[in-house]
Structure formats: structure tokens, C-alpha cells
Design a protein around this ligand. Structure first.
Ligand code: KG4
Ligand code: ZN
Length: 354
């Protein structure tokens, strides 16, 4: 950091989906506070309900931001910048955070910085490991997005591939629902796969081998048709015919191993094209999965490169990653103006705009 730049204290706000989160990040003292409210209401619906999401954001945004300020022992007057997720995400949820951030920035005369949620995830490992070397490879996998990048530095990225249909976390959630397991599916599938010692019972197809893009929708269909073939699912009634714990566990274990194999294969391809990378990071909600984490750590070790994956608090949606990236942009003098809008588009062609 430039020694003449005064300390930047950035408030980060994240409301893109079903988490309301805020954090305070200082350019000199690091993360000062982090508060997250995860909406519990979606569990009983088996997925995120957008309208409930945005209404709950509206209810929680003020207390969550004030908690973050209190925990950091700062007031709004101490803040220099306000970073806010403005894309991609659910429109109603994004609007709550953006309007709140704009109102604060206008009233308190603070700098406003719009942050791409995916850029937040991509740098989330820095919150725990500040010295990750560049260039490095990054896999971001969550309920809303799955992509792979080469990251050359702050603001300098190249997207290598992304999902052409479902995100990895979405696939975990859909498979869980298919066999009658609760939402979110990822943690439950991992728990059951562990009980089966991560054995691959059904050898689901690993998808196209020659592309860096991901496709998880085909895998979901393959799991369904395998159950139909085994006489365990009735397609007409859309009903699971075998409700045994054993079948659920076997599907969970085979599915998890298949997803880990897919990630590993994509990485092999990506590393052939980019032998220069010095490290691998694994971020997003799916990076909470200890089995996939271990498989990717083993992959990195074999290649002789470092592996970084942050703790769960920074993997799932969080305001700390938004505050961190916004703080960097503030140091680079990259600010937004009051015309900042939301966008729900997941993939942006511009290489410096994840
Ligand atoms: O990052 P996140 O909180 O929200 C989005 O941006 O989507 O990710 C949530 C996703 C869910 O789909 C959930 O099933 C998945 O992350 N997830 C997991 C695990 N924990 C959460 N997937 C696999 N294994 C896990 N242990
Ligand atoms: Zn996310």
C-alpha cells in the first residue's frame, strides 16, 4: 500500500441472495468486524424464495449494518467508503443492499463502490491467507455460480470456464431434493457420503472431457435416469420408490465423488494451459465440503503448488469479502457514482470484470 494514503475504513454490504451481511475492513488493521444473518425461512420451502428473500433483507439490513459498526467500535463518521454487492443475484435482494448503501453514501458523503459478488468470492481466501501468490487459479463454486479463473492480481483476471447450466451447489441441492434430503443439500450429502467412506457405487457420467466449462444439469438427469433404470424412481408420478437410508447414502456418496472428479479433471485441463500458476484457491459455499477440499489440496500438492481455501464463514455469502475487495478498489481510486444499478447477469465478458 502507498504509505501516503490515509487509512481506508470500508463498510461492505452483501444482500445478493438469502444472507444479509456487513463487515468493516481497514486498510491498516484488516477485518474489524463481520456480521451475517442467514435467512432460515427457505429451508421449509426446499430452496430460496425470492420474495421472502428481499422482504427479509429489508427487515435485517439496518440492524446488521449497525451491529457491524458496533462490533468494530467505529461510527459511520469513521467510515471512508461503502462497498456493496450490485451484481449478480436476485433483483429484489440486490436492490435492498444497493439502495441502503446509496442512501448512506449520499447522506454521510461517503465514497460508493459497487462490487461484483463473484469478485468478492474470488478474493475471499485473502481474508484468511493474505499472502496468496499471483498468478493463481481459483475455483468458485456455490449455489448460484461455478467458474474457474486465472487471477493475475487485483483487478486482473481471466475466466477459463463457467457452468453452462446449473451451479455446483444447485446440483447438490437438486440431488438432495430428488432423494428426499433436506435443503441445503450440500452438507447433508457430505455427511451421508462420509458414512459410506466416499465409495462410488453408481459411477455417474463425468460429462464432457474436452472443455473447461462445467455442466451439472446433465449429471442431475443422469442420477435420475439411473434411479429409474434401477426401478427405484417412478418418472410418471415423480416419486422415489425406494425410501431406504441405504439408497440415499449410496446416491449421496456416488454423486459427491463424481463432482470431485469433475473438478479435478477441469483443473488438470486448466493447468495444462496455465502451467505458470503458483497456487490454487477454492471458494464459495461448496468449498465448505471437506472431501472436495481434500481432493483439491491433494491435487495441488502433487503439482507442487500451494492450496488455499478459507473457513466456512468466508466461503458462503458474506460481507467481509465485499468489504475486502471494496477496500482494494478504494486504494486504487476506483469508485462508483450514484447511477450505480443492479445487474442479474451472471457472466461478464470483460476480463477485469468477473
Ligand atoms: O455461497 P453460498 O452460501 O450461496 C450462494 O452464493 O449460492 O452457497 C450455498 C451453496 C448451497 O447450494 C449449498 O448446498 C452448498 O453451497 N454447500 C455445500 C456444502 N455446504 C454448502 N455443497 C457441498 N458440500 C457442502 N458441505
Ligand atoms: Zn455467492
Amino acid at each position: 500500500m502507498n504509505q501516503t494514503t490515509p487509512e481506508q475504513i470500508t463498510l461492505g454490504i452483501e444482500t445478493s441472495c438469502d444472507e444479509t451481511s456487513a463487515a468493516i475492513y481497514s486498510s491498516e488493521r484488516g477485518l474489524l468486524s463481520h456480521t451475517i444473518f442467514s435467512q432460515p425461512q427457505h429451508k421449509m420451502h426446499g430452496g430460496v424464495m425470492p420474495e421472502i428473500g428481499s422482504r427479509t433483507q429489508l427487515e435485517k439490513i439496518n440492524p446488521i449494518v449497525h451491529q457491524a459498526l458496533d462490533q468494530a467500535n467505529v461510527t459511520l463518521d469513521d467510515i471512508t467508503n461503502i462497498g456493496v454487492t450490485h451484481k449478480p443475484g436476485l433483483p429484489g435482494s440486490l436492490l435492498v443492499g444497493l439502495c441502503f448503501a446509496k442512501a448512506l453514501a449520499w447522506e454521510k458523503k461517503k465514497k460508493l463502490i459497487g462490487i461484483n459478488h463473484l469478485e468478492g468470492h474470488a478474493f475471499s481466501a485473502f481474508l484468511q491467507y493474505p499472502n496468496i501468490p499471483f498468478p493463481h487459479m481459483c475455483i468458485t463454486a456455490s449455489g448460484g455460480h461455478t467458474a474457474m479463473y486465472v487471477i493475475n492480481g487485483f483487478g486482473d483476471y481471466q475466466m477459463l470456464g463457467h457452468t453452462v447450466d446449473d451451479a455446483a451447489g444447485e446440483a447438490f441441492d437438486k440431488i438432495a431434493r430428488l432423494v428426499g434430503l433436506p435443503y441445503p443439500g450440500g452438507p447433508e450429502i457430505e455427511k451421508r457420503a462420509r458414512e459410506m467412506n466416499f465409495k462410488d457405487f453408481f459411477s455417474y457420467p463425468r460429462g464432457k472431457k474436452d472443455t473447461l466449462n462445467f455442466s451439472f444439469s446433465g449429471l442431475k438427469t443422469a442420477v435420475l435416469y439411473d434411479l429409474v433404470k434401477q426401478g427405484k424412481f417412478n418418472l410418471v408420478q415423480k416419486q422415489l420408490l425406494d425410501d431406504s437410508e441405504e439408497l440415499k447414502n449410496q446416491v449421496a456418496s456416488s454423486f459427491l465423488v463424481c463432482v470431485a472428479d469433475i473438478f479435478e479433471h477441469k483443473l488438470e485441463l486448466a493447468f495444462q494451459e496455465h502451467p505458470e500458476v503458483k497456487a490454487l484457491t477454492f471458494v464459495g459455499g461448496v468449498a465448505c465440503n471437506k472431501y472436495i477440499k481434500q481432493r483439491l489440496a491433494d491435487f495441488a500438492q502433487k503439482r507442487g503448488i500451494e492450496f488455499f481455501s478459507p473457513r466456512a464463514e468466508f466461503c458462503t455469502d458474506n460481507g467481509a469479502m465485499i468489504a475486502f475487495v471494496a477496500n482494494y478498489k478504494a486504494l486504487q481510486g476506483k469508485f462508483s457514482d450514484m447511477s450505480l444499478d443492479i445487474s442479474t447477469n451472471k457472466h461478464h465478458k470483460h476480463q477485469s470484470d468477473l
